[in-house]
Design a protein around this ligand. Structure first.
Ligand code: ZN
Ligand code: ZN
Length: 241
């Protein structure tokens, strides 16, 4: 009887708040409500495809590097993202601003699928996973750091050490997406502090975050890690633009 009532409640909630796809945010059809993807996305997960830039992992048509990476030098070795930002921006907004924490686990799971398909050996060369930190004021407001949710999931899945105590965000920055490229560099300058550096000595680090845009934030974290003794840095984000 209790199970029956539980199912009815579940059904009503499903009608009022139908579950949405973790990728495209469209409502998931009734008949496949057990999963977290709509039919279209589960039939063919719309990951980034093609040839990837050797440095930042974004698709390139020719050559080994994208235009951005030809012009810039980054402190990380290389990195990659699972999706194009435009495609999943509604999901990221639901996760971050509506606080649907569960979405973070789905995103991380999708990232692991992408990883296994495209970079199957990368995790063999990672010693520690570190999330891009958020400022304590944002943490208070949001209640969680999106990068932390993703990072912990990946670390558990691959049994790799995890630390969210190495890098701290000490400056309250404006969201990078609202700024021009030059403003971004100024905005993120001196935004981070590094401590607990003993554990990163000579270690190969993977930095995890939700989005990679111009790479300024991840580059800043990478610079700090490398100058404080890390052997190498790779990044992995849910999306890039
Ligand atoms: Zn979908
Ligand atoms: Zn690139």
């Amino acid at each position: 009887m209790r199970k029956y009532i539980k199912n009815i409640i579940k059904f009503i909630i499903n009608v009022i708040y139908p579950p949405k796809c973790a990728v495209c945010s469209n409502i998931i059809e009734f008949n496949i409500r057990e999963g977290y993807l709509c039919k279209k996305c589960s039939d063919d997960i719309p990951f980034l495809k093609g040839k990837f830039c050797e440095k930042c992992g974004r698709p390139v048509e020719h050559g080994n590097l994208c235009l951005r990476c030809m012009e810039k030098s980054f402190a990380f070795d290389f990195g990659f993202s699972a999706f194009e930002y435009r495609l999943i921006k509604r999901s990221i907004a639901r996760f971050k601003y509506k606080g649907i924490k569960k979405l973070g686990f789905y995103m991380a799971e999708l990232m692991c699928i992408f990883l296994e398909r495209n970079y199957p050996n990368v995790m063999n060369d990672i010693d520690i996973i570190i999330p891009v930190p958020i400022h304590s004021s944002k943490m208070k407001k949001r209640g969680f750091n999106q990068a932390d949710i993703i990072g912990r999931f990946i670390s558990e899945k691959y049994n790799i050490e995890y630390s969210d105590t190495v890098i701290e965000r000490i400056k309250k920055t404006i969201p990078q997406s609202r700024l021009q490229p030059k403003e971004k560099i100024y905005n993120i300058k001196d935004a981070f502090d590094i401590k607990n550096t003993d554990i990163i000595q000579d270690k190969r680090i993977m930095i995890v975050d939700d989005i990679f845009t111009t790479g300024t934030t991840i580059n800043e974290c990478s610079k700090l890690l490398v100058s404080s003794g890390a052997k190498s840095v790779v990044f992995f984000t849910f999306a890039s633009s």
